[in-house]
Design a protein around this ligand. Structure first.
Ligand SMILES: [Zn+2]
Length: 157
């Protein structure tokens, strides 16, 4: 169930994804939020550096491991413009973070990138639920997924 507060955080993720694109990077953005709705950390994709592991969800997992207790991690939510890839889903689960809400799914993204001639990725778009079965997951969100799709279209214009 995705509520209005969730939608607001997802919109911030899409803004971050747009900022990444404007900076010459791939359009993915994510935020880490505590149970009171406070944003603790946010980041966007930084793979243009040449390091293809610089995904925002991975940065969040590392930040959370360094700054939050295990209990606080389990109560935190990660919002993201595009569903965690298997690497990031694994990192999320290894550090014991809580719920994930994404605007567009990994399978959607893989299909869009194939259409745009940008795929395939070197890693299969397995759903988070296959990598980290105990993590509560919501997404994709109709409407917001199309905004993410539009950002990917801009990559080839
Ligand atoms: Zn990733």
């Amino acid at each position: 169930m995705v509520d209005d507060a969730d939608l607001a955080h997802l919109r911030r993720c899409i803004e971050l994804a747009r900022a990444a694109l404007d900076a010459g990077d791939e359009p993915f953005g994510s935020v880490l939020v505590d149970p009171d709705g406070q944003v603790l950390f946010e980041d966007h994709n930084h793979v243009a550096s040449g390091d293809a592991t610089q995904h925002p969800e991975f940065a969040i997992a590392r930040w959370a491991a360094e700054h939050l207790s295990p209990a606080d991690r389990s109560r935190a939510t990660v919002y993201t413009s595009g569903e965690h890839c298997p690497m990031c889903a694994a990192a999320h689960a290894w550090v014991g973070l809580g719920r994930i809400v994404y605007a567009s799914s990994g399978v959607q993204t893989a299909g869009w990138l194939a259409e745009l001639g940008l795929g395939p990725a070197p890693v299969r778009p397995l759903p988070i639920t296959q990598i980290a079965p105990d993590v509560p997951v919501d997404g994709p969100v109709p409407g917001l997924d199309e905004e993410v799709h539009e950002l990917h279209r801009r990559r080839v214009r």
